[in-house]
Write a protein that binds this ligand. Structure first.
Ligand code: FPP
Length: 249
């Protein structure tokens, strides 16, 4: 059985197609800071402002689902001070923005490995998810300590355990079963993935889910992400012909 890709809706004004689910690889905070003679921390702080902008833009344009890649499993290779700083930014973002997001009906979900995160941060994540679980507006997914290959390994292990326990037969495993065991279970696959800073790769982000996503790479560094960059990416997406392996008739 195959997972049917979701149809994206058409926005009447401007003729822009609005993706149901947008994934964003927020890249270039360090370069943005360096160009201005600032510290990398300043770049990440400016990156949080861009997070606020993209969330508002997604809501204003009627996007259902927004996934932000905010800390990859590979980012542990950075200096400990920088890792600590990014963790602190996430905490502060939650402390300062949660009420507003909640009042705007945003449902927050955090995907990625929980192992290795300190108890305090885990409590914050659990609290944010529980408090916003009943909301029905934008699904905001924060990929934190996330790596797609580990996610697929974990899903494979969970399925193998069910087979070993006799709860599932190998022939029951199909695309739907695998998708249900991923961190993104229940979410539509991304229609559009935007990466900033001119780098052109997925860097272990939503590898399974991005099978038919349109990839749009923009030259701006993440802290410079604003409405004009967002709308340009939507325009590029609108012009793409999505065939999902079929042909145009
Ligand atoms: C990429 O820039 C950015 C990151 C690895 C961190 C992103 C984090 C935030 C924007 C803040 C926290 C997130 C939330 C959801 C509040 P880089 O450091 O790789 O830049 P460079 O490639 O230019 O060095």
């Amino acid at each position: 059985m195959s997972t049917q890709p979701a149809a994206a809706s058409l926005e009447p004004e401007g003729g822009l197609k609005i993706p149901r689910h947008i994934g964003v690889i927020m890249d270039g905070n360090g370069r943005w800071a360096k160009q201005r003679g600032l510290s990398r921390s300043d770049g990440h702080k400016a990156g949080v402002e861009a997070v606020r902008r993209v969330v508002a833009l997604a809501m204003d344009h009627g996007v259902d689902c927004l996934t932000l890649f905010s800390f990859s499993a590979e980012n542990w290779r950075r200096p400990p001070d920088e890792v600590r700083f990014i963790f602190g930014l996430l905490r502060r973002f939650v402390a300062s923005d949660l009420e507003k997001l909640h009042s705007r009906n945003v449902r927050i979900r955090v995907i990625g490995e929980r192992d290795g995160l300190e108890r305090g941060l885990l409590n914050i994540i659990d609290d944010v998810e529980a408090r916003t679980a009943g909301n029905s507006g934008l699904d905001l997914i924060i990929a934190f300590n996330y790596g797609s290959k580990v996610e697929i390994v974990n899903a494979t292990r969970a399925i193998a355990r069910k087979v070993a326990a006799g709860d599932m037969r190998p022939e029951d495993i199909d695309e739907t079963v695998i998708a249900r065991h991923l961190d993104t279970s229940g979410l539509p696959d991304p229609d559009l993935i935007i990466r900033t800073s001119g780098e052109m790769r997925l860097s272990n982000f939503l590898l399974w889910q991005a099978a038919y996503a349109e990839l749009v790479f923009v030259p701006e560094n993440w802290p410079d992400f604003d409405e004009s960059v967002f709308v340009r990416a939507l325009r590029t997406y609108t012009q793409r012909e999505r065939r999902f392996g079929g042909i145009t008739t």
